[in-house]
Design a protein around this ligand. Structure first.
Ligand code: OAD
Length: 257
């Protein structure tokens, strides 16, 4: 079987098979089916918490206890979440040699939990806490308890090692992400509204370097019909699940063959 024809998922799978070297850029939408709310939209975190009051470095330095109201909810929700079929599907595609890396804006660790090995965490992760005064680091699970604000041995309130607005992207993650974007054959953009810079520049970097951009999102974004070559409108688990099944077909040519 050669993927192709009018089914856009088959068309995307054909591109992946022909070009190889696919990289995925993921956002909050991929974890929605794991029970983690996204940020934007009526059900999103930013409808409940104004990001200017709860998600900037400045806000954390001014009122860390207030910011921890939002952080505690994120840590609890993410801590209880399991990878869904989309995370597992990307890990399976990596195992098949179809996807070579995942760049994620998410801080929930679900790609690694699903078995993805090459994961670039663009906005950090919730596993670690850091003291913004003495720089001591701790594991979240050893220092945080629900309802309490975690403290450093020096007495200051700890910050999760995630990127808040006003902070730089960790330099290694940024370098690696841009290198992956410049050298991939296809960029799969999954579950991101592409509204936050500099992550939203990654699809353009890939496109300018000659990659095809395949977007998986039930909604239109600023990328759709612009940077995006193929827009697969559906939930991440449904679309990626179908892609995995296409690559499991022994007649489908995989980039490894
Ligand atoms: P957003 O909440 O901005 O966008 C989530 C996207 O996922 C939307 O475009 C939805 O249409 C889509 N979506 C929802 N359910 C989906 C599903 N089941 N399958 C596929 N797509 C689905 O989240 P991000 O783009 O990740 O940064 O947000 C980027 C950054 O903004 C976050 O990393 C965070 C936030 O502020 C910081 O806090 C620095």
């Amino acid at each position: 079987m050669r993927a192709g024809g009018s089914d856009p998922i088959r068309e995307a799978a054909r591109l992946l098979a022909e070009r190889g070297n696919a990289v995925a850029l993921t956002g909050a939408g991929i974890s929605v089916e794991s029970g983690i709310p996204s940020f934007r939209g009526s059900q999103g975190m930013w409808a409940k918490y104004d990001p200017m009051e709860y998600a900037t470095l400045h806000a954390f330095l001014q009122s860390p206890r207030k910011v921890w109201e939002m952080l505690s909810e994120m840590v609890s929700v993410c801590g209880g979440a399991m990878p869904n079929a989309a995370h597992k599907g990307l890990a399976a595609l990596e195992g098949m040699g179809v996807v070579r890396a995942v760049i994620t804006q998410n801080v929930d660790g679900l790609h690694q939990a699903a078995g993805s090995r090459r994961v670039i965490e663009y906005h950090g992760n919730l596993d670690e806490l850091i003291c913004v005064y003495c720089w001591k680091r701790y594991l979240m699970r050893e220092r945080w308890t629900p309802g309490a604000v975690p403290l450093c041995d020096c007495g200051e309130i700890l910050k999760p090692n995630v990127v808040l607005f006003g902070e730089s992207i960790p330099w290694l993650a940024q370098e690696q992400a841009e290198e992956e974007a410049r050298t991939c054959g296809v960029l799969l953009v999954v579950g991101t509204s592409a509204q936050v810079s500099p992550a939203c520049d990654i699809p353009g970097i890939a496109k300018d370097a000659g990659a095809a951009v395949v977007e998986i999102n039930p909604e239109e974004t600023s990328l759709s019909g612009n940077v995006t070559d193929i827009h697969l409108r559906g939930s991440a688990s449904e679309v990626i699940g179908k892609m995995v099944r296409l690559f499991q077909d022994p007649n489908m040519k995989s980039p490894k063959d």
